[in-house]
Write a protein that binds this ligand. Structure first.
Ligand SMILES: [Zn+2]
Length: 236
């Protein structure tokens, strides 16, 4: 009986092993498999986070329809973002997912907006959609931050930091100092903020030195779609 049970669940572990700790730095071949096309609806959202490392970035992402999208990234006639790549390279070495969730659409791009710099991109997705670490790293900050609401700030090294804001919930056990692999769950999409915001992820890719008096506020924002594509090294 016990044997049967073990064999029944064994494939789950195999899948987890194959997809687990994904890219760390460029140079190592990785296979992220076939992801969704970015147009999915999250009708059957899991309430528990998916296994760490199981995140596969979507193949493409669209501009949201039916919303007033400011700073929309360049897109084709069907609304798909032309510069989107599933994985990009930041700081010449760090493999990063520019959209760290599945089934979202872009509700605001990076750049000047209403006279202020929108320091990230807004990715609209149903409340409860899981948000993942865009690259391996260590949690620098996790908590409540005014306009950001519930947010997580992750240090990827080499002067690269990412911020995930307006989260509804945090992944269990996540705290300052937590070490994360690529695609590890951080929390779920929500609309927490001191301001009125729609349900979306505000995602920032910051570069510079975090150890300045203004911390992350003193770092430079970057358009996640502007980084070069990550080319999977050929398997020899
Ligand atoms: Zn935003």
């Amino acid at each position: 009986m016990l044997k049967t049970v073990i064999w029944a669940i064994a494939p789950l572990f195999l899948v987890a092993c194959v997809t687990a700790p994904a890219p760390v730095r460029t140079g190592a071949p990785i296979d992220i498999g076939a992801g969704a096309d970015g147009t999915g609806t999250a009708s059957n959202l899991p309430t528990a986070p998916p296994p760490a490392g199981s995140f596969i970035p979507d193949e493409r992402i669209k501009i949201c329809t039916g919303l007033r999208v400011q700073n929309a990234p360049v897109n084709d006639r069907n609304g798909y973002v032309l510069d989107y790549d599933r994985l990009v390279v930041a700081r010449d070495q760090i493999v990063l997912a520019p959209v760290p969730l599945n089934g979202g659409c872009i509700s605001s791009g990076f750049g000047q907006r209403n006279g202020r710099l929108h320091k990230g991109v807004d990715i609209s997705a149903p409340r409860g959609t899981w948000v993942y670490a865009a690259a391996p790293g260590i949690v620098l900050e996790a908590g409540w931050g005014g306009g950001y609401g519930n947010y997580v700030l992750v240090d990827h090294g080499l002067g690269l930091v990412t911020r995930y804001a307006h989260l509804d919930t945090f992944a269990e056990g996540l705290d300052v100092g937590s070490e994360l692999g690529f695609g590890w769950p951080l929390g779920q999409v929500g609309n927490t903020s001191s301001r009125k915001v729609g349900v979306h992820l505000h995602f920032e890719v910051l570069t510079g030195n975090y150890n300045n008096p203004k911390k992350a506020f003193g770092m430079q924002g970057n358009d996640p779609f502007a980084f070069p594509v990550y080319q999977t090294p050929p398997v020899s």
